[in-house]
Design a protein around this ligand. Sequence first.
Ligand code: IVH
Length: 698
Amino acid sequence: MNTDDTPSAARDRHAELSAEIKRHRDLYYNAEAPELSDADYDALEGELRALEAQYPALKSVDSPTEQVGAEINAKFAPVAHGVPMLSLDNAFATEDVRDFEKSIRRFLRLPEDEVLAYAVEPKIDGVSCSLLYINGELKRAATRGDGRTGEDITENVRTISDIPHRLSGSGHPERIEIRGEVYFPLEAFQAMNAAAAETGSKVFANPRNAASGALRQLDATITASRPLRFFAYTWGEVSDPEFVASQSEALRKFRDWGLVVNPRSIRAEGVEALIAAYEDLQRDRSGLGYDIDGVVYKIDRLDYQRRLGFVSRSPRWAIAHKFPAEQSLTHLKGIDIQVGRIGTLTPVARLEPVNVGGVVVSNVTLHNADEIARKDVRIGDLVRVQRAGDVIPQIVGVELSARPEGTAAYEFPTLCPCPLQTPVVRETNHKGEEGVARRCTGDHACPHQKIEYLKYVAGRKVLDIEGLGEKQIQLFIEKGLISEPADIFTLEARDKMSLTPIRNWEGFGEVSARNLFAAIEDRREISLERFIAALGIRGVGETTARLLARAYGSEAAFREALMALVAEDEEVRGALSDMDQIGPSSVAALTDYFANPYNQAVYRNLVAELRVRDAEAVAATSSVSGLTVVFTGTLERLTRDEAKAQAERLGAKVAGSVSKKTDIVIAGPGAGSKLKKAAELGVAVMTEDEWLAHISGV
Ligand code: IVH
């Protein structure tokens, strides 16, 4: 083809856009850290497509318009998709939907009076995933990757409760690759981000990135700790292509086989019904509990789908009708600093209240100092606010053209906003590397940290005292009745001597005071793991507390080990650092905590009030204690979680990948790369039955 008539400016712009789009795809798919909103990204793609329409010579096979997703990441084994995993064309306006139907009619030469039926499904904003079932057994799971080659994420996917390891019902094709979307529910996403912000760890921009991050973990136990869910909506390879005659029939079958199909999927006839369904979903969008970014219309009849086929990277028989991005402009009135339980300072933008897609937004988190600097957000600025994933508001950027004169770059405070005004430091890890979080150094002496800490201790994850919620804790702190956890347990005794007992307070009463004291008494006996969590040590949340409790067994042993740690006992430090999942930052935080005399007093006072139950004993003398084992492939007698818990009870360490340190690999059917690695390294391999026999003979 003669390309000489393509102006060089168009050629340059094409190269620039292609590079930009590839960079943003990599940020989105691989780094899970997008820099653009979806709408801004779509605009880039739109410009590229328009340019190629005008100058077709620019279109080559490696143009981003011809590709889906991003380059795949080498950390997972590659999976070649038998049927490529494609993308969908987008419609933004109602007119685009009408055009879609017109082009289908034209293509199929359908008479004007034939009413077209569609499957209408929410477009889930998650990560697409392929599940290969052979004879009803889940054999392999993969990401989309670049559409042709994905990543093997079988181990991770097996931890998702919506995904059956075995299909139920009957009549499944011998081989079928179910496709659908893995997503992160909103409530859990918000909780996880709030906790991550607290500890200064990675905050995800939206649930989609969080789902992708959780799914692409090398250690499947991390995936298992995230509440991922899955909706099935299509299929790829199938041994019996005639297993259904329509998309809606396929969804019914999927449901019968124990897969989860989105409950808002419907069958609709004619374009007007599509648009009505779109409006219904748009209206209900914020109440669904997960992100959707549009609605997918698919021609229901499979014979029509087959005739329609594909254009480059998307099917002709389906289209995604996207929701408009919900953005508004408003002024930034100020930036407040909130202090969390472990002293992390979180900047919160105070906005002139503004309606963003039906919700009034007046506060938006700015995450951390770096984020403010990156966006150069200044007080007085006109800012663009968006509800990312429709629920969590965020500041997309500043309208620089409207910046008032005389504004100054925001300076992050160097002192805690509390009355003590303690210095603020940048969070560093054990290696001295700087993190993003700024932290108040006042520990529990800082009133803000103290309130957050005590709320946490009384809360569900730790003492779980009914009737002692955030409001009551706040009140007791204000009245000077509680300032450390032990005070909760002496409240009743002190109340008896008080001239203004709680039962006479406004909002309380005889019964509620009595119930509160009873609820507190009920928690005087406590498990070791909850006790450790109650200390509120930085980086020692419920999970680490559980590991420590299992490792030490009793409060006395835990205390002794930690005092030895403070006395620089290298053996204790070594043993602690060797524990699976206890990182150097946790070791450093435990040492810091116990070295502080104030904390030692808080600890002593709390122990004096409680009966701390020993943890479930871990066998110290089983034949597998101290060994590192790896489970791979399908386990048939135990679930993965059971097998892991059992091994841990016997004192073994369960790792997610095979290395020189691995002692035994327990391989079930379908084991792949890990088994190969074990052979290479000469690691002992057992079947599940051999393993069970081995441990029962202990
Ligand atoms: S069908 C041939 N149905 O949207 C394309 N996709 O932009 C088959 N998605 O890669 C896809 N919800 O990750 C389909 N109900 C739904 C969907 C859906 C979300 C995602 C999927 C796909 C992307 C296309």
